[in-house]
Design a protein around this ligand. Structure first.
Ligand code: AMP
Length: 273
């Protein structure tokens, strides 16, 4: 596995081959969720590139940028074992300069749900993903459904900027107790982790209601709130796949999304129906 930190060196390295390239952007502290993305990329492409970059522009002042989990050596081993060809490991200086041209998240879709409590977060995400996609020029780029709003906005960016890459959504990987895997789960104490299990429980309860043909979104959200309480709920939302509010669940075109804070840890989860 080749490790490259200079964006232009990576561009030059990838230019030499005509092979299909699968790309998995991450912020490191890799777990089975990331590995699922890498495996999928490995299956579908001749060359696999993974990036590890804790992108400063997507963290708001006071967020966990400085204490974001770092496991560089373990991450390198995981990538090597998963058959990654190139690991892109840039620094902030490699990626950003002063007074840059910027891309902004859309005014509505970038400022609802997670964007409502983290204004500007998705502008930072799109900014770095645009750079990464331009550096790697992948055939396909792999993103987890866990970050459903991020996936939606990146798909929009690729469409609206006529970018030449296929965005591949990958299903959420969960721990055996049902909690969606996240690099931030290491912040949770044992008791907090127990509390956090209310999140998958609330999503399971929603899918049970739906299986009984209870499709009214207000009713389903009430039931979910009751299960999640007294956790600090940022939102419980039921949307169609274009991220528009719906009154009734439409099977095949619905996402149920939850964000709660447990202790100081922000946890996201969702199901696609
Ligand atoms: P992150 O390192 O948290 O920025 O995540 C990098 C990529 O991995 C993103 O596309 C995430 O959506 C995806 N990802 C993170 N956790 C999971 C999970 N539990 N299941 C599937 N994909 C995930």
């Amino acid at each position: 596995m080749k490790i490259i930190s200079d964006p232009l060196e990576l561009k030059e390295h990838l230019k030499k081959s005509n092979s299909s390239v699968g790309f998995v952007p991450t912020m490191g502290a890799l777990h089975e969720g990331h590995i699922a993305l890498i495996k999928r990329a490995r299956q579908e492409n001749e060359i696999v590139v993974v990036s590890i970059f804790v992108n400063p522009t997507q963290f708001l002042a006071g967020e966990d940028l400085d204490k974001y989990p770092k496991k560089d050596d373990a991450d390198k081993k995981i990538c090597e074992l998963a058959g990654v060809d190139v690991l892109f490991f840039p620094t902030a200086e490699d990626m950003y300069s002063n007074d840059e041209v910027k891309i902004c998240a859309p005014n509505v879709r970038g400022y609802v749900l997670e964007g409502a409590t983290r204004p500007g977060h998705f502008s930072g995400v799109l900014r770095v993903v645009m750079k990464l996609l331009n550096i790697v020029s992948p055939t396909r780029a792999y993103f987890g459904k866990k970050d459903a709003q991020q996936l939606n906005l990146i798909s929009l960016m690729v469409k609206q900027f006529f970018m030449d890459v296929e965005i591949v959504p990958v299903n959420i990987v969960r721990d055996s107790d049902g909690l969606a895997l996240s690099s931030r789960n290491v912040y949770l104490s044992k008791a907090q982790r127990e509390e956090a299990l209310k999140i998958p429980k609330s999503l399971y309860a929603a899918s049970k209601l739906i299986s009984k043909n209870i499709l009214d979104t207000v009713k389903i959200k009430e039931e979910m709130h009751a299960i999640l309480s007294p956790l600090e709920i940022k939102y419980v939302e039921i949307l169609n796949r274009d991220f528009e509010v719906i009154e009734k669940v439409q099977i095949g075109n619905t996402v149920i999304l939850v964000e709660v804070i447990v202790g100081e840890t922000r946890l996201l989860d969702n199901i696609w129906l």
